[in-house]
Design a binder for this molecule. Structure first.
Ligand code: KIV
Length: 276
């Protein structure tokens, strides 16, 4: 398979070939996701929740994103690596946005960055794109604004909110975004936006009418139980397998069956004899 790029994402939309994106935050997981054949790996700031145990994504830093982004980039051969810009790394100014997007590319080795917001962050999107960095936008329930939303709520349900979402989607496309994530948006509205845009939409809790789908890997593999949104489907129960595996390990260490002879390194018996 060839490397996935902004161009292949656009071609997939044109050819009605769904785009697959999953999150990853480390080398080994990225390698597995890449080998499974996903088009894009998102180093999401959801790492604050699922990797670092925070309640939200607010505390995630540039250093966190660079550290995890670089690990993922080392494991991803064909998948396009998109790294989230953390809270306050781009909202503060166009200058900060370009500098921090640059760091995610140079130090984090991403292929693109993702940031949250519509019309209000279009100057940032334009400047980052002008610097040669692909930008994926993120609209709907944008977790960095969770305090402003007052909780995890579906977005775009009133006529005014739906119209604002459509205007934001058109604005980020106009600003140069190569794709847009739609999170927690009514399915029919997401489908409408998808038809209106030339760039691909990638949905999470936005129905089947989007050009692609993204999920947090711990959600799709059953490895995170603190909070499970309605839109999550569990495709495997890796969490249960891990617990079972670790329980067997504990049992065998405790009863002495592990390590067995085949796990040991040998030494000349004479040498051992001389040690006593
Ligand atoms: O941080 C993340 O994982 C995300 C996805 C939920 C789209 O932004």
């Amino acid at each position: 398979m060839a490397k996935n790029t902004v161009l292949s994402a656009r071609t997939q939309k044109e050819e009605n070939h769904k785009i697959t994106m999953v999150t990853a935050y480390d080398y080994s997981t990225a390698k597995l996701m890449d080998q499974a054949g996903v088009n894009m790996i998102l180093v999401g700031d959801s790492l604050g929740n699922v990797m670092l145990g925070y309640e939200d994504t607010i505390s995630v830093t540039m250093e966190d994103m660079i550290h995890h982004g670089a690990a993922v980039a080392r494991g991803a051969k064909d998948a396009m690596v998109v790294i989230d810009m953390p809270f306050m790394s781009y909202q503060t100014s166009v200058y900060d946005a370009v500098v921090n997007a640059g760091r995610l590319m140079k130090e984090g080795r991403g292929n693109a960055v993702k940031l949250e917001g519509g019309v209000e962050v279009c100057p940032q999107i334009k400047a980052i794109v002008a610097a040669g960095i692909p930008v994926c936008a993120h609209l709907g329930l944008t977790p960095q604004s969770i305090n402003a939303f007052g909780g995890h709520k579906v977005q775009g349900k009133t006529e005014a909110a739906a119209k604002k979402l459509i205007a934001d989607a058109k604005a980020v496309q106009e600003a140069g975004a190569f794709a847009v994530v739609l999170e927690c948006v009514p399915a029919k509205l997401a489908e409408h936006i998808t038809k209106e845009l030339e760039i691909p939409t990638i949905g999470i809790g936005a129905g089947a009418g989007c050009d692609g789908q993204v999920l947090v890997y711990q959600d799709l593999l059953g490895m995170f139980s603190d909070f499970t949104p309605k839109f999550v489907k569990r495709f495997a129960n890796v969490g249960e397998l891990m617990t079972e595996g670790v329980k067997k390990y504990i049992e065998e260490v405790e009863n002495g069956t592990f390590p067995a002879k085949e796990h040991e390194y040998a030494i000349d018996e004479d040498i051992i004899g001389r040690l006593y």
